[in-house]
Every structure is written in structure tokens, then in C-alpha cells.
Design a protein. Structure first.
Length: 313
């Protein structure tokens, strides 16, 4: 998937004001709208113009898109959204349905189709609008619970028509057992009311930062457990760290790389806890000494082991 340059599509500079974006869109629409245009490929061009305008005319989406550009992505480069790319942005608005994004590119859908800001509104429209944001937590936060100081950025237009980011910091209690995709509701922390009614709520969707050791799937946790050849062959009990402490793990004899050991209920400690899976990796000592080389030579002679026998060789 290619990264799209929405500014080039509209023919505007990256510091264009809201009015300049609106004028550029209207000018291009008069030229390429398929009902009036004689230009070759006008229909496809108009789709691209609509997509670019949908992003750049919305201060929230524009701010998020601009952040991606600052990370070094360029037009035509291979692109996959980095994990948590839009974390910390406070969104409002209605989001998009499948029908609304049918004419937009995969690039747009990857960025904004599932964007927080699904447009939760109260039945009483006088109440403030709900706001939404994604937050990135450490896996260990779920095991112990904690209070985090989180800084959110709310994109807004200033008096000159430029998008600016207004930051505010909240102290948020992270409950033990929180899992990816769970939403934490902060009552009254959303948009203000304009008529003296209650403000809206702020909904924080939880995601976990990439972890050096653990891989997270829903409420289950996966980790690689390195073992020696003799531990794998003879069986052993090994002590290892897990997110909530130390455990003794029994490695069955004649284990091979890839075997999974399940530690029940040692995953995310939710109401129904997940499991922790340890994937064995047999690690061979290097033959860097004469003693080690002789040991391997003895194994080769006495064990007569052929791991490729099933290959017919």
C-alpha cells in the first residue's frame, strides 16, 4: 500500500489555511466533477480529490495525517500504519461507514475507517459531545493496575485558519485486568455544553505498546522460552520471570523447538483471565572451544541422528 500525498492532490502547501483548502477543493471540483468535466480520467481524479479534502478539511484527521508525514513517510513509499500511530489524539465526530468509504483508497481506510470518534451522542443533543482517544499502555499496567498521567492532543483551528494542537493532561486510573480494545469512560471529560447542560464523556480505547518479550493476543500472552538441548531432551524445571512475578515451569522430556507450554490463567488478569503460552526454543551452545567441538563430534558419532530422514536423504 502506498502513502498518499493529500496536499499534492489538492495542489496546496502544507501550511494551507482552512479557507485555502476549501478554495482548492472547489476549484478542482469544477474541473474534474464527472457531470461536467471533459478531462480524461475525471471520475477517478474526483475520487482522489474528495478523499484528500475529507482528510485535510477536518482539523482532527489533518493533524493525525501530518504526524505521519513528520515520521518520514513520503508519497509513493510503502506504507503500513505504525502501531498506535494515532494514540493520544482526542477525536470527535461521526467516523465512517462502509458505504461512505467505498470510493476511498485502502490507505484512507487503514487510517480512518476504524478511527476512534464513532460519534457517540447523547439522546439529549444539548449535552456536550463525547470525545474519543486511543491510549498506549504497558502490558504490566494490566497485571497490577495503576494511575497514569496521560497527555492528549485536541486538534483545533486557530483564528488564522491553521490547525493547532491543544494539549491537556489527565490522571487516569487504569484498572487491573484491562485488555486491548477495552474502553475506559471518563464521565464529564468530553466536549463542553453550550447551553448549561452536562459536558460529554471522554472514552479512552486501550492498546498495548509493543513489548520486547511478550506478544499479546486478546487476553492471552505469548513468550519464547529458551532451553538448553539437555533440558529439552531430559526434561527440567526452570525458573522464569512472567509479568506478575517468577514461576517454576516444567519442561517435558523430548521437547522440541516450537512446543507450547500453557500456564493457565497467567495471561491478562481480567474477569475471565487469559493464559500465558511459552513457546520453547532449543538453543545450542556454540562450538567455540576444543572441548565443545569434541563433545559435538562424540554426539555425531554415537547418536547417529539424522533430522532429515523424513526428507528421503
Amino acid at each position: 500500500m502506498e502513502f498518499k500525498d493529500y496536499y499534492t492532490t489538492l495542489g496546496i502547501s502544507r501550511d494551507a489555511t482552512a479557507d485555502e483548502i476549501k478554495k482548492a477543493f472547489r476549484r478542482l471540483a469544477r474541473k474534474y466533477h464527472p457531470d461536467v468535466s471533459k478531462e480524461t480520467g475525471a471520475e477517478q481524479k474526483m475520487k482522489e480529490i474528495n478523499e484528500a479534502n475529507t482528510v485535510l478539511s477536518d482539523p482532527e484527521k489533518r493533524a493525525a495525517y501530518d504526524q505521519l508525514e513528520r515520521q518520514g513517510f513520503q508519497a509513493g513509499s510503502d506504507f503500513h500504519p505504525p502501531p498506535g500511530w494515532d494514540a493520544g489524539f482526542e477525536f470527535t465526530g461521526q467516523g465512517f461507514s462502509d458505504a461512505q468509504t467505498a470510493d476511498f483508497s485502502d490507505f484512507f481506510s487503514q487510517l480512518f475507517k476504524n478511527q476512534m470518534g464513532s460519534g457517540t451522542r447523547h439522546a439529549r443533543q444539548m449535552r456536550g459531545e463525547d470525545h474519543h482517544a486511543k491510549i498506549m499502555l504497558d502490558l504490566e499496567d494490566s497485571y497490577h493496575g495503576t494511575t497514569r498521567s496521560l497527555t492528549l492532543r485536541m486538534p483545533k483551528l486557530n483564528n488564522q485558519g491553521h490547525t493547532i494542537l491543544v494539549e491537556h493532561t489527565l490522571n487516569v486510573r487504569i484498572p487491573k485486568g484491562v485488555h486491548a480494545g477495552q474502553v475506559i469512560r471518563l464521565a464529564g471529560q468530553g466536549g463542553p455544553s453550550h447551553v448549561g447542560e452536562a459536558p460529554g464523556d471522554l472514552f479512552l480505547e486501550v492498546h498495548f505498546k509493543p513489548h520486547q518479550r511478550y506478544r499479546i493476543e486478546n487476553k492471552d500472552i505469548y513468550a519464547v522460552l529458551p532451553v538448553t538441548p539437555w533440558e529439552a531432551a531430559l526434561g527440567a524445571t526452570v525458573k522464569i520471570p512472567v509479568p506478575d512475578g517468577l514461576v517454576d515451569v516444567r519442561v517435558p522430556e523430548n521437547s522440541q523447538t516450537g512446543r507450547k507450554l500453557r500456564l493457565k490463567a497467567r495471561g491478562i488478569p481480567a474477569a475471565t483471565p487469559g493464559d500465558l503460552y511459552l513457546v520453547l526454543e532449543v538453543v545450542l551452545p556454540l562450538a567455540t572451544t576444543e572441548k565443545a567441538r569434541k563433545f559435538y563430534q562424540t554426539m555425531a558419532q554415537e547418536l547417529a541422528f539424522n533430522p532429515r530422514q523424513n526428507l528421503g536423504v
